[in-house]
Design a protein around this ligand. Structure first.
Ligand SMILES: NC(=O)c1ccc[n+]([C@@H]2O[C@H](COP(=O)([O-])OP(=O)(O)OC[C@H]3O[C@@H](n4cnc5c(N)ncnc54)[C@H](OP(=O)(O)O)[C@@H]3O)[C@@H](O)[C@H]2O)c1
Length: 251
């Protein structure tokens, strides 16, 4: 069997200071990957430094980089940092995201623009830049949401702004034929992180839990190994959105 490893591979991770992105960085580090730990908010800097320290402890290498990925120039700078620090880029994982849960009648123009800036525009230009910079055999993974397979209200602007990424992924995976680069999305179920709770009530948390096979939320530990698989032995998976949610939604 051929060996697919992240040893000495350079992985740019958008939104890697905490929660899912941080755990993905640590999973990659176990193989000896070199990671660009991206963070956005000033308040995430300490956590980004902690993630970088954890990556080094686990046998990888890391640099941290701050940027607002809704600005294309800052996406380009993120990849410049990777090349400056490690000489190349092999993989890009983008976990950047933002949620609003409310009826359409209450959604403001500002909220709409912000959601599409983070969930759509940043996702697009992270993929575009990765496509320009990745080495032969590279991998691109974007985190979307299991709500893409849900028939539900209240997430119109969140799920709606994640939904175009599926089409970006199909298109880019085709365009990259010949360079052996796979492009995929991972769609977690409602995940037990600080991202999830502010938008939900006790009742809705209970409902989300009751919708999976073990009566619990998705954990970051359920998702990070799947992302690593797509970066390694899952290399043949291409152009797909992989739902990982204990059966919460399916299609
Ligand atoms: N938790 C859930 O229920 C759930 C379920 C399904 C899918 N997801 C998706 O999974 C991904 C990771 O979520 P998580 O639960 O691990 O929460 P998280 O740690 O809060 O991840 C969101 C990330 O997006 C970054 N971000 C926000 N605005 C940005 C911007 N303008 N530029 C660059 N980065 C920006 C945040 O960085 P800063 O904090 O530094 O600003 C943060 O690292 C998200 O894409 C989310 O949509 C989450």
């Amino acid at each position: 069997m051929p060996v697919h490893t992240l040893k000495d591979k350079v992985v740019v991770i958008g939104g890697a200071s905490k929660n899912l992105g941080s755990l993905i960085a640590q999973e990659c580090a176990r193989d000896g990957a070199r990671i660009v730990v991206h963070y956005n908010s000033d308040s995430s800097r300490d956590k980004a430094e902690q993630t970088a320290a954890d990556v080094k402890k686990l046998g990888g290498d890391a640099v941290i980089h701050q940027g607002d990925l809704t600005k294309v120039a800052e996406v380009e700078t993120l990849f410049d940092t990777a090349v400056r620090a490690f000489g190349k880029v092999d993989c890009m994982v983008n976990t950047a995201g933002m949620v609003v849960k409310k009826p359409m009648t209450e959604t403001t123009e500002e909220e709409f623009d912000k959601m599409f800036a983070v969930n759509t525009k940043a996702a697009y230009f992270m993929m575009r830049e990765a496509a320009k910079r990745l080495e032969e055999g590279g991998k691109i993974v974007t985190i979307v949401t299991s709500l893409l397979a849900a028939y539900t209200g209240l997430y119109s602007v969140y799920a709606g702004s994640k939904s175009p990424v599926e089409h970006f992924t199909r298109a880019l995976s085709k365009e990259l034929y010949g360079r052996n680069i796979s492009v995929n999305n991972v769609a977690p179920g409602p995940m037990d992180t600080s991202f999830f709770y502010p938008a939900e009530s006790d009742d809705s948390v209970a409902y989300h839990k009751s919708s999976s096979m073990n009566g619990d939320l998705t954990k970051i530990e359920d998702i990070a190994p799947l992302v690593k698989f797509l970066l390694t032995d899952g290399w043949w998976i291409n152009g797909q959105t992989v739902f990982a949610n204990g059966g919460y939604t399916t299609r």
